[in-house]
Design a protein around this ligand. Structure first.
Ligand code: ACO
Length: 326
């Protein structure tokens, strides 16, 4: 067996909801502006005592339950996140321990919103190379913890959540192709400046707001549309697929207008594009697996369907994976 398939999927979103109307009360913004510019209506927000590992564990349990898999049957745990519990240890170690899988390898991947796409490529490769038989890949974020609630240009965009997939060895191969890329020439385009080894958090940097996410929205918008189209085109070509072969486009949920622009170019009719941005906002590495989980629950995806997963984000980074659902 040198194929791989996704055998179980689950997700979790915190209970508390922040609506556009809530945001109207604290910021100079409006439901109309947010809806027309982004497509967002609500976001789920983690409780003060809820960390990214807690979201991961809930999503992982959902996937394990759906797949009737025991935590000890997973050979390796990977968490894609840019909002880990701590700079170290890796959030995945905490997740595995809480799932009673102490001793299993566990590590984090940090490539912002592209995390799930990179993770899918890596986990599939580990399985296809015969290193592991079952890998749990979780995309999870608590972005509300790094958003400046007083900055209307970012506070409206981000939400919290987690999506988990179990990948396992299979006779037939679902992973058809991947195209990944990164351009780190201007990290400040989308970044959390403070708290790393470049700029430590001091009273001064805290005063300057370096503990909060910053983003050059317009720049990212253009980059996102271009790279989603490019990466999808390359991934389809590598898999010897035409645009018309694609049953489902599951894009990173950063802005409905970005998704629409990319989908239009890729000639994907609206009904074949999975969009849940209205409910969750941008949950970065979690957005694609949450969208996949919801699409499966809704009975949309059938065996044999061709899916394109495509994302972009901090780095800057991007990626697309073509997948045949088993
Ligand atoms: N409410 C009302 N007005 C606002 C708001 C708001 N929440 N935010 C900005 N504005 C104003 C601006 O101040 C500006 O006013 P001005 O014209 O008087 O200067 C005007 O609206 C237009 O601002 P733009 O930034 O040009 O608005 P745009 O249409 O580009 O939409 C947005 C902004 C939604 C941020 C868009 O650029 C976008 O989605 N960019 C991509 C973001 C993204 O994908 N980020 C990925 C992050 S993923 C990760 O890795 C964490």
């Amino acid at each position: 067996m040198n194929g791989v398939k996704i055998s179980a999927v689950g997700h979790y979103a915190p209970a508390a909801i922040l609506t556009n109307e809530d945001l109207e009360k604290t910021l100079d913004t409006s439901d109309e502006w947010i809806t027309t510019r982004t497509g967002m209506k609500r976001r789920h927000i983690a409780a003060e005592n809820e960390a990214t590992s807690d979201l991961c564990i809930a999503a992982a349990r959902d996937a394990l339950r759906n797949g009737k898999i025991a935590p000890s049957d997973i050979d390796c745990y990977i968490v894609a996140t840019s909002t880990p519990d701590y700079a170290f240890p890796a959030t995945a170690c905490i997740v595995a321990a809480q799932l009673d899988a102490v001793g299993k390898p566990a590590f984090d991947m940090e490539i912002a919103c592209s995390g799930f796409i990179y993770g899918l490529t890596l986990a599939s490769s580990l399985i296809r190379a015969g290193v592991y038989s079952r890998v749990m890949l979780i995309g999870a974020e608590s972005l509300s913890k790094i958003v400046d609630r007083s900055d209307r240009s970012t506070a409206i965009l981000f939400g919290d959540g987690a999506g988990a997939v179990v990948l396992e060895a299979a006779a037939e191969n679902s992973f058809l192709s991947s195209e990944l890329g990164a351009d780190g020439r201007r990290p400040e385009t989308l970044c959390l400046l403070g708290g790393g080894s470049r700029r430590r958090l001091t009273a001064e940097s805290l005063k300057a707001g370096e503990q909060y996410l910053r983003m050059e929205g317009r720049e990212i918008f253009k980059f996102a549309v271009t790279k989603m189209i490019e990466a999808t085109g390359i991934a389809l070509h590598r898999a010897n697929l035409q645009k018309s072969d694609v049953n489902w486009l599951i894009p990173h949920q950063a802005n409905k207008r970005i998704i629409d622009a990319a989908a239009k170019y890729l000639e994907m009719p609206e009904e074949r594009v999975i969009v849940n941005i209205e409910e969750y906002g941008n949950t970065s590495a979690a957005s694609i697996p949450i969208a996949l989980s919801e699409a499966l629950t809704a009975g949309k995806i059938k065996p044999g369907d061709i899916i394109v997963f495509v994302g972009f984000g901090g780095g800057l980074s991007w990626g697309a994976v073509t997948w045949k659902w088993a």
